[in-house]
Write a protein that binds this ligand. Structure first.
Ligand code: SF4
Length: 227
């Protein structure tokens, strides 16, 4: 699977394509069967220049109804613990691997992830965050290209290409398990420490074309389902 074709861009470099352009390409997507049961496409929300990007699994019932990720109780939990990392909701960007809700909140199917993940990959390339926080197993497995469970992966940082990745529990799952909630909060404190130790480096929002080959190489490190 190659880089997604975005009209007006030949070989898009990190931060070259806007989120609006990606949303426009997604349109009224019907690439997988989830289009038949969704209420709304849940593209993503937040700061297009976020230093920290959160990736979840798929929209739930409230997200499907409202068209926005992480609303309802899971969203409230996320908002509450963001401060442990010194972050606020308007500083971050949140998106899911799947943009449409699987019926009954069932697990994503491999063909659905294959169809939808190019949009997430372009969102990551557009935002080009320093840190990707993966919430739960499906998002973690997709980003880190592993089948290792979240309980073994959480509590430390991982590196994939340009990106530092912090896997942790999904805020909705943590609400059902107080022990996981404690670990989730510990991970967010760890994220805050990391951000304090790694101050943001100012970079231009749209790198010059001359830097594209190197940057594209890093972007290629992003996960590719099915390979
Ligand atoms: S889940 Fe993704 S690929 Fe499937 S219809 Fe929705 S937007 Fe398209």
């Amino acid at each position: 699977m190659g880089v997604m074709r975005i009209p007006g861009h030949e070989h898009q470099a990190p931060r070259e394509v806007s989120l609006e352009e990606i949303r426009s390409v997604l349109g009224d997507c019907r690439l997988c069967e989830l289009a038949q049961t969704r209420t709304n496409i849940v593209f993503g929300v937040g700061n297009p220049h976020a230093r920290v990007m959160f990736v979840g699994e798929a929209p739930g019932r409230n997200e499907d109804l409202q068209g926005e990720p992480f609303v309802g109780r899971a969203g409230e939990n996320l908002n509450a613990i963001l401060s442990l990392a010194g972050l606020s909701r308007d500083e971050i960007y949140i998106a899911n691997v799947l943009k449409c809700r699987p019926p009954g909140n069932r697990d994503p199917k491999a063909d659905e992830v294959l169809a939808c993940s190019p949009f997430l990959r372009e969102q990551i390339r557009s935002i080009w965050p320093d840190v990707i926080v993966t919430l739960g197993n499906p998002a973690t497995h997709f980003i880190l290209k592993t089948e290792v469970g979240i309980t073994r992966l959480r509590g430390r940082f991982h590196q994939t290409g340009h990106f530092t990745v912090m896997p942790t529990f999904h805020p909705a799952a943590a609400l059902r398990n107080p022990a996981w909630q404690e670990l989730l909060e510990a991970d967010f404190r760890m994220l805050g420490d990391w951000l304090a130790r790694h101050p943001a480096v100012k970079t231009p929002q749209a790198p010059a074309q001359a830097s594209a080959p190197v940057a594209r190489g890093e972007a290629e490190a992003l996960p590719r389902v099915g390979e």
